[in-house]
Ligand binder design. Structure first.
Ligand SMILES: Cc1cc2nc3c(=O)[nH]c(=O)nc-3n(C[C@H](O)[C@H](O)[C@H](O)COP(=O)(O)O)c2cc1C
Length: 202
C-alpha cells in the first residue's frame, strides 16, 4: 500500500470481527513500531500483546469495554530508564556516524551538555511518552496496511492495567491499542483544513 493511501485510509476502528489476529501479524505490527524515530535514538517503547481471554476480561476493569473486548490489545509502554543517560545516547549516535559530515553545532545544547544537569523525572517521563507516539503511529498505519483495524486508547487506569500486565516500576503504559479485523468501515473523521493548521511560511 502506498504511504499516502495508508495515511488517508486509516481510521480508528472500534468494532472487530470475531477472528483472531495471527501471531505473525502481532510481530509485524511491533516490528513496524520499533523502526520509529526517537530523540537521541532512545527507543523507549516497549510492548505487551494481550490476547488471552482471561487477561482481556480483566482489562474490562481498567479501560473502555470495546478495547478490552478487542481480539488483541497491544499495550504501548515506555521504559523510563531509556532516556536517562543522554550522554551515552549522544556518544552512541556519534559512534554510529549520525553526525558524520554534519555541522551539529548547537548553541542551546552545549550549555546543557556542559553543566550535565540531570533531567527531572517529569522530563524523562514526558520525553519517553512523547517518543512512543511515533511508534504508535507506525503501528496503526501498519495495522491498516495489513487489513487490520486499530484504535489508540488513552482512556485507561494506569494502576489497574499495570497490575494486570505485571509491569516493573520503570515501565509505564502510554496507551492501549485495540486491534482486530474491522467490523466497520467508517468515513473519514473531520479534520481541520490545511489553512487552519498551516499558520505561516516565513
Ligand atoms: C493519543 C490518543 C488517544 C486516544 N484515546 C482514545 C480513547 O481513549 N478512546 C477512543 O475511543 N479513541 C481514542 N483515540 C482515537 C481518536 O478519538 C481518533 O484518532 C480521532 O477521533 C480521529 O479519528 P480517526 O483516528 O478515525 O481519524 C485516541 C487517539 C489518540 C491519538
Amino acid at each position: 500500500m502506498e504511504l499516502l493511501q495508508a495515511i488517508q485510509g486509516r481510521r480508528s476502528i472500534r468494532r472487530y470481527q470475531d477472528r483472531d489476529v495471527p501471531p505473525e501479524s502481532v510481530r509485524e505490527l511491533i516490528d513496524a513500531a520499533r523502526l520509529a524515530p526517537s530523540g537521541a535514538n532512545s527507543q523507549p517503547w516497549r510492548f505487551v500483546a494481550v490476547r488471552s481471554a482471561e487477561k482481556r476480561k480483566a482489562l474490562r476493569d481498567g479501560t473502555v469495554r470495546f478495547a478490552a473486548d478487542a481480539p488483541l490489545v497491544i499495550a504501548c509502554c515506555v521504559d523510563l530508564d531509556a532516556y536517562r543517560d543522554v550522554g551515552r545516547l549522544g556518544a552512541e549516535m556519534r559512534a554510529n556516524g549520525m553526525f558524520d559530515g554534519v555541522d551539529a553545532t548547537t548553541a542551546v545544547f552545549d550549555e546543557f551538555v556542559r553543566t550535565e544537569k540531570p533531567l527531572t523525572e517529569a522530563a524523562l517521563r514526558s520525553n519517553c511518552m512523547f517518543n512512543s507516539a511515533f511508534a504508535m503511529e507506525n503501528l496503526v498505519l501498519r495495522a491498516h496496511d495489513l487489513g487490520l483495524g486499530a484504535c489508540i486508547v488513552a482512556m485507561f487506569n494506569q494502576q489497574i492495567v499495570r497490575e494486570i500486565l505485571e509491569l516493573p516500576d520503570n515501565v509505564v503504559i502510554t496507551a492501549l491499542i485495540a486491534v482486530g479485523y474491522p467490523a466497520q468501515s467508517p468515513a473519514a473523521r473531520p479534520r481541520l483544513a490545511l489553512e487552519e493548521v498551516f499558520l505561516k511560511e516565513i
